[in-house]
Design a protein around this ligand. Structure first.
Ligand code: ZN
Length: 226
């Protein structure tokens, strides 16, 4: 894993940067798909986790969450409006997406999600996780949250933006795909909110980290004129 900022480690994924998990201190944020479990477990080794949190409860972020919480005996923390999906696990969350019969969500619904796990703490705006503050950023999911550290302007943005085309894996800023985003208009509000923070470092669910707050803002502003 690589340290992206003090106390912020990005775990190695395959393909690189495609599906990201982070350690904020001793809190694991997101767990990839259920197929990522061996790689994730190898990197986490014998360390102690104080908690495992999600940016949101889609299968490419919660796939190994049950396994992580069992193995590390740590509590599961999830944005309040995503708790039901995180506890149910499995394919149910994909049935609520805008085009559940579209071949890509259907394929992902079989490949990615892991079993659900009981949520010990519902995360809300202003809560503290490690030395980050929880921001409610709904749209891509109802309970999507981001993690913000004001002192050095580090943002864990989840899927409010992606810094990779998730179909081709080519680098670049994008909105999350509509087929996985129940409320794209609300997600745009969340994008504006996060871009306005001018994060010195933005870490994404998909794509390499970005150290360019102006680019994040310019990208968000350009959307308005489309
Ligand atoms: Zn995702």
């Amino acid at each position: 894993m690589r340290e992206r900022a003090p106390g912020v480690h990005q775990l190695v994924s395959f393909p690189p940067n495609a599906i990201n998990s982070y350690l904020l201190g001793d809190v694991l944020v997101d767990s990839g798909t259920r197929l990522d479990r061996p790689l994730l477990m190898r990197q986490l080794g014998n360390r102690k986790l104080s908690a495992h949190a999600l940016t949101h409860a889609h299968g490419d972020h919660q796939g190994s969450s049950h396994a992580v919480c069992e193995r590390f005996e740590c509590p599961f923390w999830v944005g309040a409006a995503d708790v039901e999906d995180a506890e149910a696990g499995g394919r149910a969350v994909y049935a609520k997406m805008p085009q559940p019969l579209h071949q890509v969500p259907r394929l992902y619904s079989y490949m990615f999600p892991g079993p659900g796990h009981p949520v010990a703490r519902q995360l809300r705006e202003g809560d503290t996780v490690a030395d980050f503050t929880v921001l409610e950023t709904p749209g891509h999911s109802a309970g999507h949250i981001a993690f913000w550290r004001e002192s050095d302007r580090v943002l864990i943005a989840g899927d409010v933006f992606t810094n990779m085309n998730v179909m081709t894996l080519m680098p670049g800023l994008h909105e999350p795909l509509d087929i996985f985003t129940p409320d794209p208009a609300r997600n745009r509000e969340s994008m504006r909110r996060l871009a306005a923070l001018k994060p010195r470092l933005t870490c994404f669910g998909h794509g390499a980290p970005l150290r360019d707050p102006e680019r994040l803002q310019a990208f968000t502003e350009a959307l308005e004129s489309r």
